[in-house]
Design a protein around this ligand. Structure first.
Ligand SMILES: *[C@@H]1O[C@H](CO)[C@@H](O)[C@H](O)[C@H]1NC(C)=O
Ligand SMILES: *[C@@H]1O[C@H](CO)[C@@H](O)[C@H](O)[C@H]1NC(C)=O
Ligand SMILES: *[C@@H]1O[C@H](CO)[C@@H](O)[C@H](O)[C@H]1NC(C)=O
Ligand SMILES: *[C@@H]1O[C@H](CO)[C@@H](O)[C@H](O)[C@H]1NC(C)=O
Ligand SMILES: *[C@@H]1O[C@H](CO)[C@@H](O)[C@H](O)[C@H]1NC(C)=O
Length: 473
């Protein structure tokens, strides 16, 4: 079996598009054939694409939805909006946040709730395949893992957003590898934490000691995978291919002929969702996998094999020289300093409750870990495509950010005496949560902190929410 997998992994090449056309005899929604900016325009939202360059020369594309459908560019310009930054997981792209209907997709939900939405694209995916000095044909282009995404992609992306928006921090939402890389970044770079006002980690992976699905095989195949890298060097991880089909046969009941089973993303993260809109499955298949490096996959295989949350393992000899130990030291999760909110689930093959509760929740500083929400029956992809995701994840995140903005707002009002600011606090006190705000005010009066957030953000979020509440009633 293992030899067979190795053989197939090395032998097969075929493109995602072909497999999609051959294997999925389903009616296809138009978004399947659109790029992310096209999808955003298709639903009537404004979109911008921004390039940022990493310290090691990769050109990454950020996609932005500057405001919701019911605002004009002018009304949006008049208000300062808190930034929500969305970072995708392994082998995915910014598309993952916009593939459902607007009222279900994180990208659109946050834009309509009054935020300035930015979506990152990690090096190597289809939107971030340029480099100042190399082409994607070069093996060296693919010489990276999530370790470099943490080290270089995150600061380039976040700093780019802060510069473009003139804000001093973002609210960060990371799925899977998007959460992992943020933990790794903050573990080694405490100066980065203040740029992340709050960290929302969805299906957060860190230590992978209890995976199910293709990753378990990947961990078992680690020695071969390592050999493969040694033999063939770096390159793009193959997209849909025979390996995928073999894994599908292993993991799926072939009598069901679930089209998800032919896609590697789903062999890794679990094909069985109890909350997918099945009509939209062809769209998920068309946009995923969006590409990564073989080396990144080998890094994940290492993590499963070694059960450690550590930098890429370069082998005993190099480790001895670099670290004076046979293994690289694990990332110190206790150094994460942004207030952190975890969303995880018992049905997740990758971010298993055993690993989230047994590793992350134990190691995160207890003053930093604010809330850990254990959801029922979310598989790894349901965090972005499940029909319950909005109600159980995005709306709660919106409320947490809103409270934080309100707190900032009160501090701002108490520390600045200009008329504009005190006007906007009236908006807050008119709301139902008046008594709660008073309590908060009493607490905060003791410790007035000046904040850079524009006093209008809270008011504009409040307006967006009131509008939605009105529409609901
Ligand atoms: C935008 O406004 C239209 C018309 O008033 C309404 O039907 C729609 O639900 C609103 N959408 C959002 C996201 O607020
Ligand atoms: C934007 O702000 C200006 C100046 O405060 C105001 O005159 C204008 O009416 C505002 N526009 C909108 C669309 O709110
Ligand atoms: C950026 O924000 C600072 C204060 O936070 C303000 O003084 C400055 O004018 C702003 N610049 C722009 C271009 O809006
Ligand atoms: C499922 O997707 C289809 C087609 O994209 C859409 O028409 C339908 O409203 C969606 N159903 C739900 C429950 O979201
Ligand atoms: C946790 O964070 C608090 C506040 O930043 C700090 O004082 C404390 O030393 C941290 N604890 C550990 C174990 O790092």
């Amino acid at each position: 079996m293992r030899q067979l997998l190795l053989l197939l992994l090395t032998a097969s090449v075929s493109s995602a598009a072909e497999v999609l056309v051959d294997d999925v005899p389903l009616p296809v929604d138009p978004e399947a054939l659109m790029s992310v900016p096209e999808i955003i325009l298709h639903w009537g939202y404004p979109v911008e694409s921004h390039n940022v360059v990493t310290a090691d020369g990769y050109v990454l594309t950020l996609h932005r939805i500057p405001h919701g459908r019911n605002e004009t560019a002018e009304s949006a310009r008049n208000t300062s909006r808190p930034v929500v930054f969305l970072q995708h997981g392994l082998m995915c792209s910014s598309s993952m946040w916009v593939l459902n209907l607007p009222h279900q997709s994180a990208g659109f939900v946050f834009a309509d709730a009054g935020y300035d939405v930015w979506m990152g694209n990690s090096r190597g995916n289809i939107y971030s395949r340029r480099h100042l000095r190399m082409t994607e044909e070069s093996d060296n282009f693919w010489r990276f893992t999530w370790q470099q995404m943490a080290e270089h992609d995150l600061p380039a992306s976040i700093d780019g957003v802060l510069k473009a928006t003139n804000q001093s921090y973002v609210y960060y939402v990371g799925h899977s590898q998007g959460a992992l890389s943020m933990f790794a970044k903050q573990a080694v770079d405490p100066a980065f934490a203040p740029k992340i006002r709050q960290l929302f980690a969805l299906a957060p992976v860190a230590r992978l000691a209890h995976t199910q699905g293709a990753f378990t095989y990947l961990g078992k195949m680690y020695d071969q995978a390592k050999g493969l890298l040694a033999l063939f060097g770096d390159g793009q991880f193959l997209r849909n291919n025979l390996l995928t089909r073999i894994l599908a046969d292993l993991l799926c009941d072939s009598t069901l002929s679930n089209p998800l089973c032919t896609n590697l993303i789903f062999s890794i993260s679990g094909p069985d969702s109890h909350q997918f809109n099945n009509t939209r499955v062809p769209i998920y298949l068309a946009h995923n996998p969006a590409g990564t490096s073989i080396r990144n996959m080998v890094h994940f295989a290492q993590m499963v094999h070694n059960k450690r949350f550590a930098p890429y393992d370069l082998g005993k000899d190099v480790n001895m020289k670099l670290y004076g130990a046979p293994f690289a030291p694990e990332y110190d999760v206790s150094q994460v300093a942004s207030p952190t909110y975890l969303f995880y689930s018992d049905a997740d093959w990758l971010a298993s409750p055993e690993d989230v509760e047994g590793f992350l929740m134990r190691r995160l500083n207890s003053t930093v870990l604010r809330v850990a929400t254990r959801l029922t029956d979310f598989n790894h992809n349901d965090f972005m495509w499940g029909l319950r995701a909005r109600k159980e994840i995005y709306d709660p995140i919106d409320n947490i950010i809103r409270q934080d903005v309100r707190r900032q707002e009160i501090r701002y009002v108490l520390s600045a005496k200009d008329g504009k600011a005190s006007q906007s606090i009236k908006v807050l006190y008119n709301k139902k949560s008046q008594s709660k705000n008073r309590r908060m005010k009493r607490i905060i009066v003791k410790k007035v902190v000046h904040s850079s957030i524009n006093s209008q953000s809270a008011a504009s979020l409040e307006r967006a929410k009131m509008k939605r509440d009105e529409e609901k009633s």
